[in-house]
Structures are given as C-alpha cells and as structure tokens.
Design a protein. Structure first.
Length: 290
C-alpha cells in the first residue's frame, strides 16, 4: 500500500465516512464497464495527525486501514467482477487525490466528508469542492447511492455553445447507456431585454433554443438509437431546473469550464437545490485532455 501506480483505474477518495462508502459503491460500475481496477485511496494528513510519536503514527494508520477495509467490504459485497486496489498515502487529501487523478480514468468522492457527515446534507465537503475544478480527469461528486432505485432517474447533461460541451455530451451519452437511463440534454438561455416576465417571449425563446439543440443532437441520437433522449431548454439558471426536478435526476453531467462556474453547483446554492436527493455530479475533464 502506498506505492505509486500509473496504470489506469477508477480512484475513490476514502476518509471513513458513509459518503465515501457511497462513492465507492457508485464507482463499481464505472470500473467494471472499463475493465480496470477500482482503487480506494486514503490520505493520512500530516497536519491532522494525532501526535508525533510512533504510537500516534500507528493510530493514524489503523484509522486509515479501518476506513479502507470498510469501503473494501462494501464493494466486495456487491459480488460484481471488479478488481479492488487499496492505497494509503501520507499527504494532504486534496493534493494526494489531485496527483492520483493524473493517471485515473475517473475520480470519485463523496459529497460529504467525515467532518460534515453529521451536519446534514446541506453542504458539500471541502475536499469534494476543492477537487471539483482541479483534477486531471473526470470527477464525480456522489450524493448518494441507490443500487436499485424504484424509478430510474434521468441523466442530465448541461450544454452550451462551447466546444467543451461536446465532451459533456459524450460523457452523458456514455453514462446514460451504462445506467440504461433516460437522458435529458439541457441548455439554458438568458434574455437580453426587459421581457423576461413575458410568458409568451419565454416560450418563444425556449422553442428556438430547443430547436437548435435538437439539431445538434441528431447525430448523437443516431449513435445511441436505443436511448430515451430529450432536449430541454430553460430560461435562466440551471439551479431552478435542478430544484424542480432533482428527485428525478440521478446524475448531472457538466463541462469542466461551464459558463456559470462549477462553484455554483458545489456551493450553497447547488447544495440547496440537491438537498436530500441522490443526484450526483460528474464534472468532465479539462478540454485539453478530451
């Protein structure tokens, strides 16, 4: 444990919280679908150590081993054909996971770290928020895990005119196919005039935006003919759509440099919209590695 690895894997940040276990379970299908290992990574933060003597180091290592064993057993209990690797590192968690992301196919973290797991579901943990825009691979912030949901939730992709939206579209179609889930492709638009409260003008704007989006989706639909794909146009902000439909969404896929900023989704406003849901967020890799 702790040896440097450069072979591709799906990496999960583990910290002993239930949220990290949820992320580990969520990541299983990602690893299986790629036929690569699932790697559980725990970073022992030297700044948060319980002391400086050998006994303190032994306690910190024991805490790490218990955390990864808990996640390991949860993954093993799924009985899915996944190879599980464990790595315990010395280092600040954000830096350690960011470094691990250089060779990862995907990085998965729980939406709440251990420090926040007893404070309700109203905020994203600091590690997840810090990693949201700083990794070298796609990063999934997992809000919960329901292996057999009563109703299959949607995968939602937010797209705009940016070239990076093609990467988000590709990821979203892959995720919808993997999960056998309906896909909703969402575009938002803002009015430049004073008619924002004119329902007719908003309906016209939505219709125009949806028509453009449907044209863009024509080729994608031909590649995935068995998927239920619908275009959605929304006036204003994606957060209003999320707040209204969050319980119907299992995964939101966004580009790394989305126009309104990732911090909007992982900050208080986004957390409020997703409170008490199992809607996870997948942030695509930076454009230069698409």
């Amino acid at each position: 444990m702790g040896e440097h690895q450069s072979s591709p894997s799906v990496v999960v940040g583990v910290d002993g919280s239930q949220s990290a276990v949820d992320a580990s379970l969520w990541a299983v299908d990602e690893a299986v679908s790629r036929d690569i290992p699932l790697r559980l990574v725990y970073a022992i933060d030297p700044e948060a150590t319980t002391g400086t003597d050998n006994q303190a180091a032994a306690r910190d290592l024991a805490t790490a081993e218990i955390a990864v064993r808990h996640a390991f057993m949860a993954v093993e209990s799924t009985d899915k054909p996944v190879k599980i690797e464990v790595e315990i590192l010395q280092g600040q968690p954000v830096r350690a996971l960011k470094e691990a992301s250089r060779w990862a196919a995907m990085l998965c973290v729980g939406s709440l770290g251990l420090a926040h797991s007893t404070r309700g579901r109203s905020r994203i943990g600091s590690t997840a928020a810090a990693l949201a825009t700083s990794t070298h691979c796609p990063v999934a912030i997992v809000h919960g895990h329901q292996p057999l949901p009563a109703i299959q939730g949607w995968v939602v992709a937010e797209v705009n005119a940016s070239p990076t939206s093609d990467g988000a579209l590709r990821r979203a179609f892959e995720q919808a196919q993997l999960r056998q889930a309906p896909l909703r492709v969402l575009t938002t638009w803002q009015s430049r005039y004073t008619d924002i409260h004119d329902n007719t003008a908003i309906a016209d704007g939505n219709r125009v935006s949806k028509t453009r989006l449907n044209r863009r989706l024509t080729e994608w639909k031909s590649r995935y003919p068995d998927l239920d794909v619908q275009a959605v146009a929304v006036h204003g902000n994606i957060l209003n759509y999320l707040a209204k439909h969050a319980h119907s969404i299992q995964l939101l896929v966004v580009a790394h440099d989305r126009a309104h900023g990732i911090t909007e989704l992982v900050g208080p406003a986004g957390c409020s919209a997703l409170r008490c849901t199992n809607c996870s967020i997948l942030i695509c890799e930076p454009q230069n590695v698409l």
